[in-house]
Design a protein around this ligand. Structure first.
Ligand code: C2E
Ligand code: MG
Ligand code: MG
Length: 703
C-alpha cells in the first residue's frame, strides 16, 4: 500500500494548524484541518483520515469530548489519535491516555518529535492492517486452492490479485499490475455493467454477499466463465472501505451439459456469433447449422421411463460427434430457464468451413445412419431416428439465434415429411410457420363458430359381420380450407392444450349421437357402443370423471354404451395415477380401450395391470399382415396373449379380404377399416344402421 497517509489536524488556532500542516505536507502527508471538534466523525469518514492530531483545549466541544466520541467508533489501531497539550499539563495527558488517546505532543510543537510519534503510530496501524488483510486473504484462500483471490482497497482503488488469479487468466505474476482496470477491463463487455451494479449493490449494503457469474477474457482472447464472490469491509458509518473475494473458474460447468457432457447452448451461440462476424468479412466462408430432433423420443420416455430416455440421449451425444470433423460443434439445446427437462432431445450441430450445401447434407445422412442402429436401454433394444433441419450461412444472418430458429423450422418440415430425414430452410418455410400460427388462431375459434364435425366409423364383428359400435372421429370444417383432417390439427391442439375443449365437444356430441341411435334400435340387437378418443391432456384433467358422469346422467345414457380409447403413452407417464383414474372411469360402467397398440414399447403383461377391456392393434401392423416379417409375428403373439388376458381385440385399418381371413384365423374378434366403411357423416352412418337393421351385414367371408 503506497498511497500517502492522511492526517487530520484539529486545532482552534489557525497559525498552529497551518504551520504543522505545511511541514507535514512537505513530508508527503495529505493533511486536512478543522478548527472545531463539531462534525469530526463525518469529516474523518469523508477524508478517509488515517490519524488525528487533536488539540485538548478548544471552545465548545473540548478535545476530551471529541476523543471520547471518536473512540466510540474507532479502535486505537483503526484510528490513532495524538493529543496536543500545553506543557506541564500532566493531569490532562493522563486523562487523555485513559480515554484512549494513543499518544501526545506538547506545545509549542517540536516537529521532529511529533513526526516520529506520528510515524510510529501509523506504522503500527499499517502492520495491523497488513496482518488483518493477510488473515482475511488466508481465510479466502482456504476456501479452495483453485480459487484466485483479489483484494480491492476502495480508498485508492488498487487491487491485489493473487498469483493464482492471474494464472487462471493465463498470465504470469508480473504481467498483471494492481490497477482495477486489469480486472474490469477483462470482463466481457456484455457482462461488465451487470457486474458493476452487483458490486455497487453490495457496497451499498443491499446484498449480504457479492456473487456474480461473468465472462473474463483469457490471455489468448477467449472468454472463460468465472464465479466471482466477495464481501466488503465497512467502516462504522457503513461505508465500504475494502472488498475482497475469490474467483472460481466455472467454464466447465457453464458450457457443458451435465447429462451428455456436450458444450451447452451458451458456448454454441458464442461460437456461432463469432462465425457470423467472421463471414461478414470473408464472404466465401460457408457454414451451416443442423437442428436435430429425435423422432418418437417421447414414446421412449413415456414407456420406458426418463432414465431410459437419458441413456438414449447420452448415446446419441456419443454417436453424433463421430460423424463430425474437429472443427464442428454439437450442443444439446436445453432451455436454460427451465429446470425441467423439456425439449431435451434437441441437438444443434455447427458445421464450419463447408464447401457447399452438399457437405451439410452428407453429414446429415451420416448421422441418420449412425442413429438408425439400435440403442441398448434398460435391457431392451430401442430404435429411434432423427429429423434434421438445415440452415445455411449463405442467407446472411445477423444473429446466432436466427440461424438456430430457421434450422428448427426446417426440422419441423422434415418431421412433417415423415421423419428420419432432413430439410433445408427456405423462405417458404417462414410462410408456413406463419400459416401454422394462423391455424392456431382459427382453431381457437372453431368450437364457438361451430366448425367441428364428428364422423363415425363402424366397428364390425368378424364372426357375424354386424356393426357392434362406432369410433367417433373429429373433423374440422374450416371456412376457407375446407375439411381439415385430424393429422393437421390434433397435434397442434394437443400442444396448445386446445384438445381439452375439442375433445370434450367430441365426447359430448358422440354421446348424444349414440343415445339417439340406441333409442331407435331398442329391442333388436345389443346396444351399440361408441368409442371416443381421449388424449393425455384430457386424461389429466382433475374433474374429468365427474364431468363424464354428469353427461351420462343428463343423457340417461348407460356407461356401458361408451368406450374410451387411450394410448399407451397416456397411462405410462404416471402409471400409479393412471391406474387410479382408469378405475374411477370404470366405476361409471364405461369400457376402456388401449389404442394404437404396438407403436409404443410397453409389454402386454404390463398393460394387464390396468383395467382395459379392449386392445386396438395399430393399423401399421394390419397393413403389413400377410407379408412375411416382424409385423405378422407381432400380431401372431399379441392375439393369443390378449385372449388370455380377457381383452377383446379390434384390428384397425382393415382394407382387404386377405387381412380379414388372417385375422379370423388368429381369432381376432373385431375389425375396423376402409374395407367396411370410411368414417361417415352422422346421416350416412344413420342410413348404414338402417340397412343393417333390416338384415344387411358386412361380408366377412363367411361361407
Ligand atoms: P385413431 O384413433 O387410431 O383412429 C383411427 C384412424 O384410422 C382414423 O383416422 C381413421 O380414419 C383411420 N382409418 C380407419 N380405417 C382405416 C383404413 O382402413 N386404412 C387407413 N389407412 N386408415 C384407416 P383419422 O380420423 O384421420 O384420425 C387419426 C387420429 O386422430 C386418430 O387415430 C386419433 O388418434 C386422432 N383423433 C381423431 N379424432 C380425435 C378426437 O376426437 N380426439 C382425440 N384425442 N384424437 C382424435
Ligand atoms: Mg382411436
Ligand atoms: Mg388407433
Amino acid at each position: 500500500m503506497n498511497s500517502p497517509w492522511r492526517v487530520l489536524i484539529v486545532d482552534d488556532n489557525e497559525k498552529n494548524r497551518d504551520m504543522l500542516a505545511r511541514r507535514l505536507e512537505r513530508k508527503g502527508y495529505v493533511v486536512s484541518q478543522v478548527e472545531r471538534a463539531q462534525g469530526l466523525l463525518s469529516r474523518i469518514q469523508q477524508d478517509a483520515v488515517d490519524l488525528v492530531l487533536l488539540d485538548i483545549e478548544m471552545p465548545e466541544v473540548s478535545g476530551f469530548e471529541a476523543l471520547q466520541s471518536l473512540r466510540a467508533c474507532y479502535s486505537p489501531t483503526e484510528l490513532p489519535i495524538i493529543m496536543v497539550t500545553a506543557k506541564d499539563q500532566s493531569a490532562d495527558i493522563v486523562r487523555a491516555l485513559e480515554l484512549g488517546a494513543n499518544d501526545y505532543v506538547t506545545k509549542p510543537i517540536d516537529f521532529p518529535v511529533a513526526l516520529a510519534r506520528i510515524n510510529t503510530h501509523l506504522s503500527h496501524k499499517k502492520a495491523e492492517q497488513a496482518q488483518r488483510e493477510s488473515e482475511e486473504r488466508y481465510a479466502l484462500a482456504a476456501r479452495g486452492s483453485n480459487d484466485g483471490l483479489w483484494d480491492w482497497n476502495l480508498q485508492d482503488n488498487l487491487v491485489y490479485f493473487s498469483p493464482r488469479w492471474k494464472m487462471m487468466l493465463g498470465y504470469q505474476e508480473d504481467e498483471i499490475g494492481n490497477d482495477l482496470q486489469e480486472w474490469f477491463g477483462r470482463i466481457h463487455p456484455a457482462d461488465r455493467e451487470r457486474v458493476k451494479s452487483e458490486i455497487d449493490a453490495h457496497q451499498q449494503g443491499l446484498t449480504s454477499q457479492f456473487e456474480s457469474e461473468n465472462r473474463v477474457q483469457y490471455k489468448d482472447g477467449s472468454f472463460r466463465w468465472m464465479l466471482t464472490r466477495g464481501a466488503a469491509v465497512y467502516d462504522p458509518a457503513g461505508k465500504a472501505l475494502r472488498m475482497a473475494g475469490s474467483q472460481t473458474d466455472i467454464t466447465g460447468a457453464k458450457v457443458a451439459d451435465g447429462l451428455t457432457g456436450l458444450p451447452n447452448r451458451l458456448l454454441f451461440t458464442d461460437r456461432l456469433g463469432r462465425l457470423i462476424e467472421h463471414s461478414r468479412r470473408h464472404k466465401d466462408h460457408l457454414f451451416a447449422v443442423l437442428f436435430l430432433d429425435l423422432d418418437g423420443f417421447k414414446t421412449i420416455n413415456d414407456s420406458l421411463g426418463h432414465s431410459a430416455g437419458d441413456q438414449v440421449l447420452v448415446e446419441v451425444a456419443a454417436r453424433v460427434p463421430r460423424c463430425l470433423r474437429t472443427c464442428d460443434t454439437i450442443t444439446r439445446l436445453l432451455d436454460l430457464s427451465t429446470t425441467a427437462r423439456l425439449g431435451g432431445d434437441e441437438f444443434a450441430i455447427l458445421l464450419d468451413h463447408i464447401k457447399d450445401p452438399e457437405d451439410a447434407f452428407l453429414v446429415a445422412e451420416r448421422v441418420l445412419h449412425a442413429l438408425a442402429l439400435p440403442f441398448q436401454v434398460a435391457g431392451k433394444e430401442v430404435f429411434t431416428s432423427a429429423s434434421f433441419g438445415i440452415a445455411l450461412s449463405s442467407a446472411g444472418y445477423e444473429q446466432p439465434e436466427d440461424l438456430i430458429r430457421d434450422a428448427d423450422t426446417a426440422m419441423y418440415r422434415a418431421k412433417s415429411l415423415g421423419k428420419a430425414r432432413y430439410a433445408v430452410f427456405d423462405a417458404d418455410m417462414r410462410a408456413s410457420v406463419i400459416a401454422r400460427l394462423q391455424l392456431e388462431t382459427d382453431l381457437r375459434r372453431a368450437v364457438e363458430r361451430e366448425e367441428l364435425r364428428n364422423v363415425y366409423q363402424p366397428i364390425v364383428s368378424l364372426r357375424s359381420g354386424r356393426i357392434v359400435g362406432f369410433e367417433a372421429l373429429l373433423r374440422w370444417q374450416h371456412p376457407s380450407r375446407g375439411l381439415v383432417q385430424p393429422v393437421e390439427f390434433i397435434p397442434l391442439a394437443e400442444e396448445t392444450g386446445m384438445i381439452r375443449e375439442l375433445g370434450w365437444w367430441n365426447l359430448q356430441t358422440a354421446c348424444r349421437q349414440i343415445s339417439a341411435w340406441n333409442a331407435q334400435q331398442v329391442g333388436s340387437n345389443p346396444p351399440l357402443i361408441m368409442s371416443v378418443n381421449l388424449s393425455a391432456r384430457q386424461f389429466l384433467e382433475p374433474h374429468l370423471v365427474k364431468r363424464i358422469g354428469k353427461l351420462l346422467h343428463d343423457l340417461t345414457l348407460p356407461g356401458g354404451s361408451l368406450k374410451l380409447e387411450i394410448t399407451e403413452g397416456t397411462v405410462m407417464e404416471d402409471a400409479a395415477t393412471a391406474a387410479q383414474m382408469l378405475l374411477e372411469i370404470k366405476s361409471l360402467g364405461i369400457q376402456l380401450s388401449i389404442d394404437d397398440f404396438g407403436t409404443g414399447y410397453s409389454s402386454l403383461s404390463y398393460l394387464h395391470r390396468f383395467p382395459f377391456d379392449t386392445l386396438k392393434i395399430d393399423r401399421s401392423f394390419t397393413k403389413m399382415m400377410g407379408e412375411a416379417g416382424a409385423s405378422m409375428e407381432i400380431v401372431r403373439t399379441i392375439l393369443p396373449m390378449a385372449n388370455n388376458l380377457n381383452l377383446n381385440v379390434v384390428a384397425e385399418g382393415v382394407e382387404t379380404r386377405e387381412q380379414i381371413a388372417i385375422l379370423k384365423e388368429l381369432q381376432c374378434e373385431y375389425a375396423q377399416g376402409f374395407y367396411f366403411s370410411h368414417p361417415l357423416t352422422p346421416s350416412e352412418a344413420g342410413s348404414l344402421l338402417e340397412r343393417h337393421r333390416s338384415g344387411n351385414t358386412f361380408d366377412v367371408g363367411n361361407p
